[in-house]
Design a protein around this ligand. Structure first.
Ligand SMILES: Cc1cc2nc3c(=O)[nH]c(=O)nc-3n(C[C@H](O)[C@H](O)[C@H](O)COP(=O)(O)OP(=O)(O)OC[C@H]3O[C@@H](n4cnc5c(N)ncnc54)[C@H](O)[C@@H]3O)c2cc1C
Length: 476
């Protein structure tokens, strides 16, 4: 097998040494580590077609990996096999179409790389960035339907994919989207839309690498208006943040709605064991606004401030400030939350990071906050809660976060028990976790309707009959 892989990728781009395999065997979460048998570093799709055919014939698992920053154990090779690392050589920005505003990317392109490229060459365009580190993958985030800095405007990142090039289990290369005309390579200017043909894209989005290998992905870009302002709103009353973010989201003037509990705010200004004291606000939310002209910015600010005033009239205790002033007062690191993508050190400096990240029904946010806050306190862990309003209020994100020390005796078990209790409660309330570890999908399978599960298994069986792509995900 080693010889075959060397024939395909070249000796320098295949390894079976433990020292090279080890970094792919775990991630920041408490998900159980497992070593791969090989790692390969591809350079082009022709190599990958050969790999897929070989693995499909010989029933060998393939685990696609970009940077493994998904915080869900998704690239841990649960059944061993071959890690395909896209980050090292398949990491080119292939094309930017300025008129139709999209970027055609290889899977290994990172957020930092894309931001630098756009800032230098296309300052009139921008992408929507997550709180993930700049070294995390753009395509990995998009195919997992991430939620980023323009999410109140555009919704989930899965919706902003224009086109994909994929290799399926039998080695077929398929182009999906408006790039689908023609037998050979598509014109780089043809990746501008996803519809109106039957939408095959869904067979590869949110499938956690279980249905094929993506070799190209076109993502939408957005105008980068010159006038910007971000408001910070602090809210007292544990659950009163819910109407605040709902109302501001629905106003339609803010491009993002991100709310975090006070403990998270303290974490960002590097207070080691962040705790909320009596009398302090319970939540803080960031609301960025942008506009093409100063006059339009003023009009949007006026709408935003009217919503805030109305909320105050209803008895909600809140304070709205200019976040730039707040950053000066506290610590410039607060700016990391504004100038994305950034390394939020306080999130990644611990050896362990895990969460229950979910799409959530926004009318239940009050119930979710109240109960999850109690669960955090029961385990004596700071109540880190992060929420978003998506696509002007059509849905929300509810994400309790836990950072922990992986190497402290008993810590991982305690954190897992806490996360499990949060998961049990939240899925019962209708939350749908994203980037799901297998222990979470096992719980979900118990309550998902049997028709969905049957269809899901049928599609997986059809696209990957020998279960070679990231086996084990979603308990396949
Ligand atoms: C501190 C921190 C904060 C974060 N904050 C946010 C946030 O605010 N919002 C948000 O949305 N996300 C957030 N994330 C998650 C992160 O944005 C994404 O999950 C990440 O960008 C995915 O990219 P990756 O390079 O890590 O992909 P990987 O984890 O390597 O891969 C992701 C998935 O895609 C599959 N895959 C990889 N390559 C291919 C391929 N070529 N073909 C098919 N399948 C493939 C993998 O098997 C895996 O299932 C955060 C992460 C961290 C560490």
């Amino acid at each position: 097998m080693y010889k075959t892989l060397v024939d395909i990728f070249g000796e320098n781009y295949v390894s079976k040494k433990a020292v090279d395999l080890y970094p792919y065997s775990y991630d920041m979460t408490e998900c159980k580590p497992h070593m791969p048998d090989f790692v390969v570093i591809p350079e082009n799709k022709e190599q990958l077609v050969k790999l897929v055919k070989f693995c499909n014939t010989n029933l060998i698992p393939i685990v696609p990996c970009i940077t493994g920053n998904n915080v869900g154990g998704l690239t841990i090779p649960e059944q061993g096999g071959i890690i395909v690392d896209f980050s090292k050589k398949m990491n080119k920005i292939l094309h930017i179409n300025e008129t139709m505003m999209y970027a055609l990317l290889e899977p290994g392109v990172t957020f930092g790389q894309l931001k630098k490229y756009l800032d230098e060459k296309y300052p009139n365009l921008r992408y929507s960035y997550p709180y993930a580190p700049p070294y995390a993958g753009v395509v990995g985030n998009a195919i997992l339907s991430g939620m980023n800095s323009l999410s109140n405007k555009i919704g989930s990142m899965g919706d902003s994919i224009n086109g994909l090039e994929v290799i399926t289990a039998d080695g077929t290369i398929a182009r999906i989207g408006s790039c689908f005309y023609g037998e050979n390579e598509a014109d780089p200017d043809s990746w501008w839309a996803r519809y109106p043909m039957p939408d095959l894209m869904g067979n590869f989005i949110c499938w956690q690498g279980m249905t094929g290998l993506i070799t190209k992905c076109a993502v939408q870009l957005w105008p980068n208006p010159p006038f910007k302002k971000t408001y910070l709103v602090m809210v007292s009353g544990l659950t009163d943040i819910a109407p605040v973010i709902r109302e501001v989201g629905i106003s339609g003037v803010v491009e993002d709605v991100s709310a975090v509990s006070t403990e998270v705010v303290k974490m960002t200004v590097e207070i080691p064991d962040p705790e909320k004291y009596p009398g302090e606000p319970d939540f803080a939310a960031l609301f960025p606004i942008s506009a093409k002209t100063e006059k339009l910015l003023e009009a949007k600010k006026e709408i935003f401030l009217t919503v805030i005033k109305d909320l105050k009239k209803k008895g909600i205790q809140l304070v709205a400030t200019d976040v730039d002033e707040f950053a000066k007062l506290f610590n410039l690191r607060v700016r990391c939350h504004l100038d994305l993508p950034a390394v939020l050190l306080s999130l990644v400096e611990y050896s362990g990071l895990t969460w229950f990240g979910s799409y959530a029904p926004t009318h239940k946010l009050e119930k979710l906050i109240a109960k999850v806050d109690k669960i955090f306190h029961k385990y004596n862990v700071p109540s880190f809660i992060y929420m978003k309003i998506m696509k002007t209020g059509h849905y929300g994100i509810f994400r309790p976060i836990i950072r922990y020390n992986k190497f402290k005796e008993g810590e991982e078990d305690k954190i897992h028990a806490l996360l499990e209790e949060i998961t049990d409660f939240c899925i019962k309330e209708g939350c749908i976790p994203y980037k799901t570890p297998t222990w979470m999908t096992e719980k979900m399978r118990e309550i998902i309707n049997p028709g969905w599960l049957k269809l899901f298994d049928k599609i997986k069986g059809c696209l990957d009959p020998n279960n070679i792509f990231n086996p084990g995900r979603w308990n396949t």
